[in-house]
Design a protein around this ligand. Structure first.
Ligand code: SF4
Length: 77
Protein backbone atom coordinates (compact mmCIF):
# COMPACT_ATOMS: atom_id res chain seq x y z
CA UNK A 1 0.00 0.00 0.00
CA UNK A 2 1.25 3.45 -0.86
CA UNK A 3 1.62 5.97 1.91
CA UNK A 4 0.37 9.43 1.02
CA UNK A 5 2.53 12.45 1.67
CA UNK A 6 1.65 16.12 1.81
CA UNK A 7 3.06 18.80 -0.46
CA UNK A 8 5.24 20.03 2.39
CA UNK A 9 6.78 16.57 2.77
CA UNK A 10 7.77 16.16 -0.88
CA UNK A 11 11.05 18.06 -0.66
CA UNK A 12 12.19 16.56 2.67
CA UNK A 13 11.48 13.10 1.23
CA UNK A 14 13.50 13.89 -1.91
CA UNK A 15 16.37 15.23 0.17
CA UNK A 16 16.33 12.06 2.24
CA UNK A 17 16.42 9.92 -0.90
CA UNK A 18 19.49 11.79 -2.12
CA UNK A 19 21.27 11.79 1.23
CA UNK A 20 20.11 8.52 2.75
CA UNK A 21 19.40 5.95 0.07
CA UNK A 22 22.52 4.02 -0.82
CA UNK A 23 20.94 3.00 -4.13
CA UNK A 24 20.56 6.57 -5.32
CA UNK A 25 23.27 7.64 -7.72
CA UNK A 26 22.88 10.98 -9.51
CA UNK A 27 19.10 10.63 -9.32
CA UNK A 28 19.13 7.10 -10.69
CA UNK A 29 18.35 3.89 -8.84
CA UNK A 30 21.03 1.23 -8.78
CA UNK A 31 18.45 -1.41 -7.76
CA UNK A 32 16.40 -0.76 -10.88
CA UNK A 33 19.43 -0.58 -13.17
CA UNK A 34 19.10 -3.28 -15.82
CA UNK A 35 22.02 -2.14 -17.89
CA UNK A 36 20.37 1.17 -18.53
CA UNK A 37 20.12 3.95 -15.98
CA UNK A 38 16.67 4.13 -14.38
CA UNK A 39 15.41 7.24 -12.65
CA UNK A 40 14.64 6.81 -8.95
CA UNK A 41 10.86 6.47 -8.75
CA UNK A 42 10.73 8.16 -5.38
CA UNK A 43 12.38 11.31 -6.72
CA UNK A 44 9.72 11.75 -9.39
CA UNK A 45 6.73 11.02 -7.14
CA UNK A 46 5.05 13.87 -5.39
CA UNK A 47 2.02 12.20 -3.84
CA UNK A 48 3.29 9.32 -1.84
CA UNK A 49 5.95 6.83 -0.86
CA UNK A 50 6.22 4.44 -3.77
CA UNK A 51 9.53 2.75 -3.08
CA UNK A 52 9.32 -0.05 -0.55
CA UNK A 53 13.04 -0.03 0.07
CA UNK A 54 12.92 3.65 0.90
CA UNK A 55 9.88 3.20 3.12
CA UNK A 56 11.31 0.29 5.09
CA UNK A 57 15.03 1.01 5.15
CA UNK A 58 15.60 4.72 4.73
CA UNK A 59 12.60 6.70 5.96
CA UNK A 60 12.57 5.22 9.53
CA UNK A 61 15.97 6.83 10.15
CA UNK A 62 14.32 10.23 9.92
CA UNK A 63 12.06 9.65 12.91
CA UNK A 64 10.09 12.88 12.92
CA UNK A 65 9.18 12.72 9.23
CA UNK A 66 8.51 8.98 9.46
CA UNK A 67 6.15 9.34 12.43
CA UNK A 68 4.36 12.24 10.78
CA UNK A 69 3.74 10.23 7.61
CA UNK A 70 2.62 7.14 9.52
CA UNK A 71 0.25 9.18 11.68
CA UNK A 72 -1.46 10.96 8.80
CA UNK A 73 -1.90 7.70 6.90
CA UNK A 74 -3.49 6.01 9.91
CA UNK A 75 -5.89 8.91 10.24
CA UNK A 76 -6.93 8.42 6.61
CA UNK A 77 -8.35 4.96 7.36
S1 SF4 B 1 13.85 3.89 -6.16
FE1 SF4 B 1 14.02 3.51 -3.97
S2 SF4 B 1 15.84 2.25 -3.70
FE2 SF4 B 1 15.93 3.21 -5.71
S3 SF4 B 1 17.14 5.06 -5.38
FE3 SF4 B 1 15.00 5.58 -5.23
S4 SF4 B 1 14.53 5.49 -3.09
FE4 SF4 B 1 16.42 4.38 -3.40
Amino acid sequence: MRWKITEAQVEPVRQLVRSGCCNCSDGNCLLLDDGEAQTCVQLICSRGIYCRYFRDRVLPAEKELYNEIIKQNKEDH
